[in-house]
Design a protein around this ligand. Sequence first.
Ligand SMILES: Cc1cc2nc3c(=O)[nH]c(=O)nc-3n(C[C@H](O)[C@H](O)[C@H](O)COP(=O)(O)O)c2cc1C
Length: 162
Amino acid sequence: MAFDSAQQRKIFGQFATGVTVASTRVGDESWGMTANAVTSLSLDPPLVLLAVVRGTQSHTWFCEGRCFALSILAADQEALSNRFAGKGPKDFSGLSTTTAVTGAPILSEALAWVDCQLESVLPGGDHDILVGRIVAGDSRDGEPLLYYGGKYRRVAPLDLNP
Ligand SMILES: Cc1cc2nc3c(=O)[nH]c(=O)nc-3n(C[C@H](O)[C@H](O)[C@H](O)COP(=O)(O)O)c2cc1C
C-alpha cells in the first residue's frame, strides 16, 4: 500500500530547508521558480540537484534551457519567494539580476548562488531530479530565509546561557 502523501508532507514539514529561486534561460527569455528540493550532491565533480515537478511549465523550461542557477534567498527575501512560487510565467522584470557563465539570471541580492550546466535528468516519481554541474558561484555573509512546517522562518540563535 502506498504511504500516505499527507503524512509524508507532515513528516518532511519538520525538515527545515533554505529557499532558493531556481532560474534558467531559453534564448533571450528567462524563467524562475521557487525551490527548496535542492541539495549539494557531489564535490568532485561539483554537482547539485534540483527536483522539479514533472509536467509543469517550469520542468519544460529547465529541460529546454539545459542550465540552471540557484539563488539562495536571504531572510528578508520572502516576497521574492512568493513571487516565484505561483503558477504561470515568472520573469525577472524590475529585479536586479546578474549572469555568470550559462546566462541563467542570478538575483543580485541573493545570499549565495551557483550557476550550473544541466548534466542529467533522473526519474524521481512525480518529480524529475535535475543534476547540475556547478560552473560558477559565490556567497556573502548574512541570514538565510528558512522554510519549515509550511511557513517561512528565520534562524534564531541558541540561547547558550539559559
Ligand atoms: C518554499 C517553496 C518551495 C518549493 N520547492 C519546489 C521544488 O523544489 N520543486 C518544484 O518543482 N516546485 C517547488 N515549489 C513549487 C513551485 O515554486 C511552483 O509550483 C511553481 O513556481 C509553479 O510553476 P509552474 O507550474 O508554472 O511551472 C516550491 C514552492 C515553495 C513555496
